[in-house]
Write a protein that binds this ligand. Structure first.
Ligand SMILES: Cc1ncc(COP(=O)(O)O)c(C=O)c1O
Length: 419
């Protein structure tokens, strides 16, 4: 049974029994500043005292307007129009509506196929899960998902974990420019692939293919955005700007429910800059409290240069992980970028998911939180993604606990004693 939480501070979460758990996966890879940062909670208290909620069609609010400006400044060129929702999944749904409306406005309604990767994960709402290449989470839901989005898939070949340029080219040709509406891509994979980065050349290829064939390039940066991978956005590693960028998780770092969809000037112009009333909704979207929390988080990330810190801490962490993992046969590889890393595990096709859940459980017993990932036996993995504020000592302690958990798991299970 899961422990009952009592409080959390920095990289530690405490249960009611007084046990401390080192948060090696930032909750769901979202608590990017660690827990209980006074600079954030203080701003939230101040906002609650002023105004907690207004509806987005009745008022604008200062924190939301400022947040939109900060995000547009940080984002790669031309993504100047920002809309808000409450979760990554909702952000992806918005991107899907936006793409559909755009092609309809441009009198290309037959451009309706969304091309995504397997493995990929874009969220649990019907459209977002429909777009996801995650057989495990889709399992049993085909009749619901089949009606949501017309999807084509690109898959890796030759035992690779993500598709290369050749596979993408083939998939784009297969769909055809007259039908291809959008490509959605995770610049660094998360729950589905287990932190496998998309090849830089693939991102550059997709950028130029989108320009040539007039499809929308959507970057799902829900996990990889806001400094997590050592750059502000995963796309920055390839020096490209997508047409639409979806942010979530780290934008509010767990302090409130918030996501954002950044849209290029070109698309905003094509939709008449009235996007908000066209495709966006949700009662709580962009409410002042979540806006104040997210603005405070964004300012904190900038002031403390945490994207840069994720890059250096990431190198340190991967070095520690490599050393420890060489000693454990369960581990296939260490992968990822910045502080979005994973241990690839030798998954068992007969028992999937298996080893990732066992390791997560063993780690919890050692006082370490990890996030099980992978959507097939070959992608089975655990995400190791501590807060961007983690010190070197905390990273060392994380890997020490992980080492103990792996050792625990490798112990043969004792045979029951015959009576
Ligand atoms: C890449 C990616 N996209 C979308 C989502 C969905 O976000 P949420 O859980 O906030 O709906 C996630 C969540 O894990 C994610 O990692």
């Amino acid at each position: 049974m899961l422990p009952v939480v009592s409080r959390a501070s920095g990289v530690y979460v405490y249960d009611e029994e007084g046990r401390a758990y080192l948060d090696g996966c930032s909750g769901a890879i979202n608590v990017n500043l660690g827990h209980g940062v006074p600079e954030i909670t203080q701003r939230m208290h101040e906002q609650i005292d002023q105004v907690n909620f207004v509806y987005r069609t009745q008022f604008r609010s200062r924190p939301l307007m400022e947040l939109a400006e900060r995000l547009a400044d940080l984002a790669p060129g031309g993504l100047n129009h920002v809309e808000f929702a409450n979760s990554g999944s909702e952000g992806i749904e918005m991107a899907l509506r936006l793409v559909t409306l755009l092609h309809s406005r441009r009198h290309n309604p037959h451009k309706c196929v969304v091309l995504t990767e397997e493995p990929s994960y874009h969220g649990m709402t019907a459209g977002a899960l429909g777009a996801s290449g995650h057989p495990l989470r889709r399992s049993g839901l085909q009749s619901l998902l089949g009606n949501q989005v017309t999807v084509a898939r690109v898959r890796p070949t030759h035992g690779a974990l993500r598709a290369g340029v050749e596979e993408w080219q083939e998939a784009i040709d297969r769909v055809g420019a007259n039908r291809l509406a959008a490509v959605i891509v995770e610049p660094v994979g998360g729950a589905a692939s287990g932190a496998v980065p998309c090849d830089r050349e693939v991102l550059r290829f997709l950028r130029s293919a989108a320009d040539e064939q007039r499809f929308v390039l959507v970057a799902d940066e829900v996990m990889s955005g806001m400094g997590r991978t050592g750059r502000w956005f995963g796309c920055d590693h390839a020096d490209i700007a997508p047409d639409v960028m979806v942010l979530g998780k780290g934008i509010s770092a767990g302090y409130a429910a918030m996501s954002a969809v950044l849209v290029s000037d070109e698309i905003a112009d094509a939709l008449g800059r009235n996007i908000g009333s066209l495709v966006f909704g949700h009662t709580m979207a962009g409410a002042p409290l979540a806006a104040a929390a997210s603005l405070a988080v964004t300012e904190y990330l900038v002031q403390h240069d945490l994207a840069e810190r994720a890059a250096t801490a990431g190198k340190h962490l991967s070095g520690l992980l490599e050393t420890v993992c060489r000693r454990h046969r369960l581990v296939k590889d260490v992968r990822g970028l910045g502080l979005q890393q994973a241990l690839g595990l030798h998954g068992d096709p007969e028992r999937f998911p298996g080893i990732s859940l066992d390791l997560t459980e063993a780690a919890r017993a050692e006082g370490l939180l990890l996030y099980p990932a992978g959507c097939t036996p070959i992608t089975e993995s655990v995400l190791v993604a501590p807060p961007l504020t983690s010190t070197d000592e905390e990273l060392t302690e994380l890997v020490r606990r992980l080492d103990r958990a792996l050792t625990l798991l490798a112990q043969p299970v004792p045979e029951p004693v015959a009576r």
